[in-house]
Design a protein around this ligand. Structure first.
Ligand code: G
Ligand code: MN
Length: 390
């Protein structure tokens, strides 16, 4: 099915107009021939998109507006594609503008914004053009401009193009060296918008897509470890933020687990608090529900700056995963050893098992063994890798 859109690109020199710019705008207004050239250049930079039928350009105040009608197949997203293309186009066009406008005060600081709205009739409509223009201006002012738009596009593409994949890092039982379980970690080829998983997860939270990303990576984690041993656990990272969502339900997850012959009793949700927990009652309620289905809970990154003892008190986890910041160099640092000891006591009190994370040195491992820590994870014991692990 064909879908129609009306898109507007705006090029504006200052996000929010301020007084000292007025004079310079008037000066800029006077150069009709320059404006015509700039508009032409902008049209050819911004609307190279394959399905553009009609384009118009218009100067309003000191801002340039370009509008276009676009028709695509139902599953395409011109708003994402335009957004992806915009920063490059804006950069090239700004260079051109700088040359055209040299010796005037108006030759700097252009910013691009894009608005794209559904246009059922496929014909040009001024009310929709206004709506798209408003969004384009809002994007410049509020959403951080086209770069943000491009990140949104890359994010959506990464989810739908399946560039994400799971890695697994062993968690070792120090009593006998066996693999107690694996932590699933999301990986993808680094790109210009997202260097690593943490950036991707934070961005998903910012744009309100955390839940969707979380579900995708959870399913990847389960699909990717088909040969998990019957006695082994699978640790899956979940952002606390997601657990607060009243719609969060692991129902789909159960079905997927069954297909892979993994029991909920083998699955541990690792809760991390990189965004602070707002609503403990909501999370507790969600956790009760999981627990009744057999899942276990770990608090991730214990001892890192953003993790809180409140979550230990409120959530009563089955495992405490001790952050690398506490483990690193623990053999030479009495304070770290003391903190670990305190966490061991806490764990005993609430019936939670400790897992030390981020072990890189033999000395750290020896110290932890000496202190009676049973489970550990880190590059020394095994790096994250695809399943089955080497
Ligand atoms: O916050 P969380 O514990 O889920 O973070 C796990 C991250 O730590 C993964 O990206 C993993 O690759 C990384 N990691 C695992 N083991 C080690 C280690 O021994 N040293 C370091 N520097 N990073 C590690
Ligand atoms: Mn983790």
């Amino acid at each position: 099915m064909k879908q129609h859109y009306l898109a507007v690109v705006t090029l504006t020199r200052n996000a929010i107009p301020i007084l000292p710019l007025q004079d310079d705008m008037r000066q800029f207004e006077a150069r009709a021939e320059t404006k015509r050239l700039l508009a032409e250049a902008a049209l050819s930079e911004f609307f190279t998109y394959k399905n553009v039928q009609l384009v118009k350009s218009r100067w309003l105040g000191g801002d340039l507006f370009l509008s276009a009608l676009i028709t695509v197949d139902g599953d395409e997203h011109p708003e994402w594609e335009l957004a992806a293309h915009a920063p490059g186009a804006a950069k090239r066009w700004s260079e051109y503008a700088r040359l055209e406008l040299k010796n005037t005060a108006a030759d700097y600081g252009w910013r691009a914004g894009i608005g794209c709205v559904s246009n059922p009739t496929g014909r040009y409509r001024s009310d929709l053009a206004y709506e798209a223009a408003k969004r384009a201006l809002l994007q410049v002012n509020v959403e951080g401009g086209a770069e943000q738009g491009r990140r949104r596009y890359v994010f959506q593409e990464m989810l739908s193009q399946k560039v994400l994949f799971p890695y697994y890092q062993p968690i070792v039982d120090l009593n006998d060296g066996s693999v107690f379980g694996y932590e699933a970690l999301t990986r993808f080829p680094a790109n210009e918008s997202f260097q690593g998983p943490l950036e991707l997860f934070l961005f998903a939270g910012e744009i309100g897509d955390a839940y969707r990303l979380d579900r995708v990576v959870r399913e990847l984690a389960i699909n990717g470890c088909a040969s998990l041993g019957a006695g082994q656990k699978l640790f899956i990272n979940v952002m606390a933020q997601i657990m607060e969502d009243p719609d969060f339900s692991p129902g789909r997850t159960i079905g997927l687990l069954e297909r892979h012959h993994i029991s909920p009793h083998q699955v541990v949700f690792e809760i991390n608090e990189r965004t602070s927990i707002q609503d403990y009652p909501a999370i507790k309620k969600a956790l009760e529900h999981y627990r009744s289905q057999g899942y276990q809970i770990a608090i991730d990154d214990m001892g890192a700056g953003y993790s809180s003892l409140q979550s230990v008190v409120e959530l009563r986890p089955d495992y405490l995963k001790i952050d690398r910041s506490i483990i690193q160099n623990i053999h030479n640092d009495e304070v770290k050893a003391h903190i670990l000891h305190t966490l061991q006591e806490t764990g005993r009190k609430i019936g939670a098992t400790l897992i030390a994370e981020g072990i890189e040195l033999e000395e750290e491992l020896a110290e932890l063994k000496g202190m009676g820590v049973r489970y550990a994870q880190g590059y020394l014991l095994g790096k994250p890798a695809p399943f089955p692990l080497p």
